[in-house]
Design a protein around this ligand. Structure first.
Ligand code: SAM
Length: 289
């Protein structure tokens, strides 16, 4: 077991610093401060990150950290940490590691007992999730599907019975194909396509897969697809007496039945309609008795 008290030791640190996903106003003061304070910044593309750092007047040694040479990139960072240097890891946008390089160095640096310190900040998946209107908890973050169509379909089949919300990343030139595969495997569920998040052309489209397919050929920019989980199968396994108990307890605490149904739906992820039907069918039965 390794316990890290990030602010209470003198060990070298690897900082995980998120950067804006489009809107430079979302660079946090702490991110700037950490990038100014470290010895070296590891990034995916030194030219892309060089521009960002120049904008914020940060002049630091940049080294490249990429998936295709993750082994040697991680070794380089561990070597710096072993020399007592502090390193920040950034990606082109958003959080490092999330559909971006960084997993290897974080696993190894933390296993070796260095501080691995996360900063709060931008992430396209979370922006899309919280605005989707779909149930946000729990959720599954998948990121990009495999680029081969058959591998993508195979992956989607793995997720098709998953009852919770699922988040995918996709490139604009592949989005139509991706949505067609989604429709084929998941059938026509509710989704949210969020594009150009935090930028001037930000757009959030909420509808069924087939509705979004009708407009998809016009859509450009970076995109996230948030997909409703498989509620049918989930709702088959629901403990109905527990739901009724929750509604009754809320009513006993003074809520109206309608608010108690909404509250129970929010807490359990079961649809309001299902709980409504359950409560009112019980009432009907009691009236008959
Ligand atoms: N690490 C990043 C993060 O934390 O969000 C993700 C990097 S991944 C290589 C890039 C993908 O993230 C894009 O293809 C798109 O799916 C999504 N993305 C990034 N910025 C976005 C934005 N402003 N609006 C919508 N999606 C975005």
């Amino acid at each position: 077991m390794i316990r890290q008290k990030s602010f209470e030791n003198e060990k070298p640190s690897l900082y995980l610093v998120p950067t804006p996903i489009g809107n430079l106003g979302e660079m946090t003061p702490r991110a700037i401060e950490v990038l100014q304070s470290v010895d070296v910044i590891a990034c995916e593309d030194t030219r892309t990150s060089g521009q960002l750092l120049k904008y914020f007047d940060i002049d630091k040694r940049l080294i490249s950290y990429q998936n295709f040479n993750e082994d040697s990139s991680a070794k380089g960072i561990l070597n710096l940490l072993s020399q007592g240097k502090n390193v920040a890891l950034i990606s082109d946008a958003g959080y490092p590691l999330l559909s971006d390089p960084g997993q290897r160095v974080v696993s190894e640096a933390s296993a070796e007992g260095y501080n691995v310190v996360p900063l709060s900040g931008c992430n396209a998946a979370l922006n899309a999730l919280v605005a989707s209107g779909l149930i946000v908890q729990p959720y599954l973050f998948v990121g990009f599907l495999p680029s081969s169509q058959s591998d993508a379909i195979k992956k989607l089949n793995e997720y098709k019975n998953y009852p919770m919300t699922i988040i995918f990343y996709e490139a604009p030139h592949r989005i139509e194909k991706m949505l067609r595969s989604l429709l084929e495997v998941f059938k026509d569920r509710r989704i949210c396509l969020a594009r150009e998040l935090t930028k001037i052309h930000e757009e959030i489209i909420r509808g069924t897969i087939s509705e979004v397919l009708e407009v998809v050929s016009d859509l450009k920019g970076e995109m996230v697809v948030v997909v409703e989980g498989n509620r049918d199968d989930y709702e088959k396994d629901i403990d109905y007496s527990q739901l009724l108990r929750m509604v009754n307890e809320s009513v006993e605490r003074g809520m109206t039945t309608s608010d108690a149904i909404k509250d129970t739906a929010k807490k359990t992820g079961v649809s309001k309609n299902t709980i409504y039907d359950l409560v009112h069918s019980k009432e009907r039965k009691e009236n008959v008795c």
